[in-house]
Design a protein around this ligand. Structure first.
Ligand SMILES: Cc1cc2nc3c(=O)[nH]c(=O)nc-3n(C[C@H](O)[C@H](O)[C@H](O)COP(=O)(O)OP(=O)(O)OC[C@H]3O[C@@H](n4cnc5c(N)ncnc54)[C@H](O)[C@@H]3O)c2cc1C
Ligand code: SF4
Length: 334
């Protein structure tokens, strides 16, 4: 591990000013990603600015019926909070499906949004990696790529965004409140993360030194009818191979509106608007679930070892729909 300077900030203004002055510094929240990467020498910030003293851990109802979650709220607190469990169960389930209880007690919402990929080549400085060292190459393209993405990839990078929470937040039309030297701004979650394209080293639209202050989830008349389905190599303490966040508005035996997003298969949290369109206004049936599964895999580009994710995604989408419709209808398909 490289030596670094440690600073503890008391206010958001101090954090933002310090980060603007020393642009290669890093924010320390729960430390469950940052410290790992520093130990692996994947990341070597000369200065770490500890933001844990900032008053950013509240989870509160907004006047419009939405919920605001401070960036320092711990993953476990968010998952068990009454407002989240009752209004947005998919978010609670996504958080509880991630990591371990100990990690969730440390991990924060801001850190979870910003967590880095689990691509083995990225996490081992002995290998080239375009994300870590731009222009050095991507050994995953023709190497072992079982955990890699099939959607949103480029010839420069095929790494997945590993977060479960991000999948729920994008499905819920959330927004990220950030603060920089120029003031505050709000970024729709769908625009926050970037596909790799030619610049895989740039993962979000956050400018250097900008601090995430909170996530805002808008009110929804049907997000209470939602779930998060995660498929992984073992039942706990494992990242997603495929995951689906789904909310359904049902009326008169039909799906009026659907919200769907994927994890484990894409280079960024993946909103499946094409699948939402397939579902809108339709009567639930096995045929519809199959069509939705097929739409989910449109544009998928598997490599040597991850072709199974295409079929797994198709089946997971169908299963998520079957499960949530059955729950809504108090049994199976009518
Ligand atoms: C063994 C293990 C298993 C895991 N399994 C899962 C899993 O199954 N699913 C899953 O989703 N995740 C999983 N995780 C990842 C875990 O969720 C993240 O490590 C955690 O959410 C990061 O939060 P943190 O507060 O610890 O971030 P930190 O490590 O403190 O920070 C991470 C990054 O975010 C930046 N950052 C932090 N806060 C802010 C802010 N407010 N504004 C701007 N930048 C900020 C930091 O500078 C750093 O670059 C796992 C982690 C481990 C170690
Ligand atoms: S997939 Fe992306 S993160 Fe992994 S080695 Fe290639 S460039 Fe690096």
């Amino acid at each position: 591990m490289n030596t670094f300077r440690y600073t503890r900030a008391q206010t958001a203004q101090q954090v933002v000013a310090a980060a603007a002055e020393r642009p290669h510094s890093a924010f320390l929240a729960g430390g469950t990603t940052l410290i790992d990467l520093m130990k692996l020498e994947v990341d070597a910030p000369p200065e770490v600015i500890d933001i844990n003293a900032l008053p950013l851990n509240r989870i509160e109802a907004m006047p419009d019926g939405g919920v605001r979650i401070g960036a320092l709220a711990r993953n476990s607190e968010v998952a068990r909070h009454e407002l989240i469990r009752t209004r947005y169960p998919m978010l609670s389930e996504a958080l509880l499906s991630g990591a371990s209880p100990q990690l969730r007690n440390m991990a924060t919402v801001g850190g979870n949004i910003m967590q880095r990929t689990r691509c083995y080549y990225f996490r081992d400085p002995a290998f080239d990696c375009n994300k870590r060292v731009p222009g050095s190459g991507c050994p995953a393209l023709d190497g072992f790529n079982r955990i890699h993405a099939v959607l949103g990839t480029s010839e420069k990078c095929i790494a997945t965004n590993p977060s479960d929470m991000n999948v729920a937040l994008i499905a819920l039309d959330s927004a990220v409140r950030v603060q920089g030297t120029a003031g505050e701004r709000t970024i729709p979650f769908e625009q926050f993360h970037l596909a790799p394209g030619d610049t895989p080293e740039r993962e979000t639209v956050l400018e250097r030194g900008e601090l995430i202050g909170a996530v805002e989830i808008p009110p929804s008349s049907f997000a209470a009818n939602s779930l998060y389905l995660k498929v992984r190599d073992r039942a706990s303490y494992e990242f997603a191979l495929v995951s689906v966040a789904l909310a359904l508005e049902m009326a008169g035996g039909k799906i009026r509106t659907a919200r769907m997003a994927f994890g484990g298969v894409a280079t960024k949290p993946w909103r499946a608007r094409n699948v939402e369109e397939v579902l809108a206004g339709e009567t639930p049936s096995e045929q519809l679930f199959e069509r939705a599964g097929a739409a989910a895999t449109e544009g998928a580009r598997p490599r040597t070892d991850n072709g199974f994710k295409v079929e797994l995604l198709r089946r997971t989408v169908a299963k998520a729909l079957r499960t949530l419709v059955a729950r809504e209808q108090g049994g199976g398909l009518k």
